[in-house]
Design a protein around this ligand. Structure first.
Ligand SMILES: [Fe+2]
Length: 483
C-alpha cells in the first residue's frame, strides 16, 4: 500500500519513454460526443526522448509532448508530437541525452553549455492563433496549433529581456492579452522576476521587473482586473543543492510564505508582499479584486505536497500534511498591515489541479472543478491511490459534489469546455483524461460540467496509455488557425 497521496509508480510507469508521435482519427467512443463541440483539447506530458543520463531524476524533466484531441461533428481525432526544443534538437543530432538533471546545468554535457535547457513540457496554450508550449524555466516555444510542428522559441521580436515565461500564463478574457510572469529571469536561482502582457497580435506590451523575497518555485499566479498576484511558497533551492546533486527544489519549513500584489498599471517597486506562516500551495483556482481588496483562491496544504522535492531538513514525507484544500486568501493592497486579511477554507474535498470556466479568469467566478484524492474509496493494490475523483463546487449555492473514476483509474487535470462560445458561466462539459492502470489504456472522459456526479456522457478511447500529463486547455475552432 502506498503511503503517498499520489502514488509514485503512477508517475514512473511506464518508466520507459513512450516516444509516440502519431495521428489517429475516428477514435472509439462509448456514449455520445456532443456534436456542437468544435475545437481542440490540447494536453502536455513529459516524456524523455533519450534514456536519461541519470536514474535519479524527477518526472518533470521529460521532453514535452503535445497531445491534441480534435472535436468535430461528434468525432474525435488525436495527434501527438514532441515539442522540438533546442535541447531536443541538440540531443537528436548527438543521438543521445546531453542535458542532465532537472534544472541542474552542472550535470550537462559540456557541449551544450549556454543552450536553452527548457523541455516545453508543462502547458499548451493557444493565443493569437499560435500554440505556445510552456515551461517555467525557459522562453515560450511556438508550435503550429494544427500540425503541431515546432517553429522555435520566441522573445517577441527581441522585446522580452527575461529568460523565462510561466507555464501558467493566462488569457485575460477582458483584454484578450496573454498575461504572464517569469522568475529566475537573469539566470538560474536569481531573484529577478517579470510580469508581462502580450497582445492578441503577439506584441509584448510590457515587461515589469520586480524582486522575489527568496528564490523558490514560482509556479503559478493570479490575474485580476487591476492586479497580478504572486504566491511565494518555500519550495527553495541553492547552488549548494545543485552541486550536491540533490533535487533542484526542497521544502523549507522555516520560511514564511508571501503573496505579492502588483498593480497591472504599476512599476516593479509598487509590489506589496503580504506575509503568512509556513504552508504550501501550488496551482491557482482564480483571483479577482473588489476595489483594493484581492480574493485569491488556491488549494493549500500544511506541508510539502511534492515527495520528489523532499523537505530540506530531511524529515520524511507526510501524506496528511500534503493534502491540499481549496482556500480563499484575501489581502487588501491599501492595507497598512502586511498580514493576510482573512483565510477561508472552501472545501473539505482535498486535491489539486483546480480549474474554472476560463472565461471568468480575473472575475468573481461561480464554479470550480478540481482533482480530488478520495481516501475513502477502494483502490487497486500495487498501483496505489491517487487523484481518483473529480470535485465540483458552486460558490453561490454552496453545492459540492464529486465523481469517482473507479478503482482502476487515475485522473489527469480536468478542463472546462463551454457548451458554445457564448454559453453562460459553467454551462458546458468537463473533459478529463483518465488512465486505467490495470489495462494500461487511457480515455478522454466527457462529463456534464453541472452534473459530474451522474458520470460520463462519453468516453473517448485511446488504444494505449498516455503518460501522466501536466496541463491542458480547450480552444474553440475560432481560436485556431485555419486548415
Ligand atoms: Fe502547473
Amino acid at each position: 500500500m502506498s503511503h503517498y497521496p499520489v502514488d509514485i509508480n503512477y508517475f514512473l510507469v511506464p518508466a520507459i519513454s513512450g516516444r509516440m508521435e502519431l495521428d489517429l482519427s475516428d477514435l472509439d467512443v462509448e456514449g455520445e460526443v456532443p456534436a456542437q463541440l468544435d475545437g481542440a483539447f490540447f494536453r502536455m506530458q513529459p516524456d524523455p526522448y533519450f534514456p536519461r543520463t541519470t536514474d535519479e531524476d524527477v518526472y518533470f524533466n521529460g521532453d514535452g509532448v503535445v497531445g491534441r484531441f480534435d472535436f468535430s461533428n461528434g468525432k474525435v481525432g488525436f495527434r501527438q508530437r514532441y515539442a522540438l526544443t533546442d535541447k531536443l534538437k541538440l540531443e537528436r543530432k548527438a543521438g543521445r541525452a546531453l542535458f542532465g538533471r532537472y534544472r541542474n546545468p552542472l550535470t550537462d554535457d559540456p557541449s551544450v553549455k549556454g543552450a536553452i535547457r527548457g523541455t516545453a513540457n508543462t502547458t499548451p496554450l493557444v493565443h493569437g492563433k499560435k500554440l505556445y508550449a510552456l515551461k517555467e524555466d525557459s522562453p515560450p516555444l511556438v508550435m503550429d496549433a494544427n500540425s503541431l510542428a515546432t517553429q522555435g522559441y520566441t522573445d517577441f521580436n527581441g522585446r522580452m529581456k527575461g529568460q523565462t515565461f510561466s507555464a501558467h500564463s493566462k488569457i485575460d478574457p477582458e483584454t484578450g492579452n496573454l498575461v504572464s510572469f517569469g522568475y529566475c529571469q537573469t539566470g538560474p536561482l536569481t531573484l529577478d522576476c517579470t510580469y508581462m502582457e502580450v497582445s492578441p497580435a503577439g506584441e509584448l506590451l510590457k515587461e515589469v521587473w520586480f524582486t522575489a523575497p527568496y528564490y523558490c518555485m514560482m509556479h503559478d499566479f493570479g490575474v485580476t482586473k487591476d492586479y497580478v498576484v504572486f504566491p511565494v511558497v518555500p519550495m527553495v533551492s541553492s547552488w549548494e543543492r545543485l552541486k550536491a546533486l540533490k533535487p533542484h527544489f526542497g521544502f523549507d519549513k522555516t520560511l514564511p510564505i508571501y503573496l505579492g500584489v502588483l498593480p497591472r498599471n504599476g512599476k516593479g517597486e509598487d509590489i506589496r508582499w503580504f506575509k503568512a506562516p509556513n504552508q504550501n500551495a501550488c496551482h491557482v483556482i482564480n483571483a479577482f479584486n473588489v476595489g483594493t481588496k484581492i480574493h485569491f483562491d488556491i488549494p493549500v496544504s500544511k506541508g510539502n505536497g511534492l515527495w520528489f522535492f523532499p523537505d530540506v531538513d530531511g524529515s520524511p514525507f507526510s501524506a496528511p500534511d500534503a493534502m491540499a484544500f481549496p482556500t480563499r486568501w484575501t489581502v487588501d493592497y491599501a492595507s497598512k498591515s502586511d498580514e493576510f486579511e482573512s483565510v477561508k477554507k472552501l472545501s473539505d474535498m482535498g486535491g489539486e489541479f483546480p480549474r474554472i470556466d476560463d472565461r471568468y479568469i480575473s472575475r468573481d467566478h461561480r464554479y470550480a472543478w478540481w482533482l480530488v484524492i478520495d481516501l475513502a474509496k477502494p483502490f487497486t493494490e500495487g498501483v496505489g491511490r491517487g487523484m481518483n475523483a473529480l470535485g465540483y463546487m458552486d460558490y453561490r449555492t454552496g453545492r459540492q459534489t464529486s465523481w469517482w473514476a473507479g478503482q482502476q483509474y487515475h485522473m489527469q487535470e480536468p478542463c472546462f469546455v463551454p457548451r458554445s462560445p457564448g454559453a453562460p458561466e459553467g454551462d458546458g462539459y468537463i473533459v478529463v483524461v483518465v488512465d486505467n492502470v490495470v489495462t494500461n489504456l487511457s480515455q478522454l472522459v466527457i462529463l456534464d460540467a453541472q452534473a459530474i456526479d451522474k458520470g460520463p456522457i462519453a468516453r473517448v478511447k485511446l488504444p494505449f496509455r498516455l503518460r501522466a500529463g501536466l496541463h491542458g486547455n480547450w480552444f474553440d475552432r475560432s481560436a485556431l488557425p485555419q486548415g
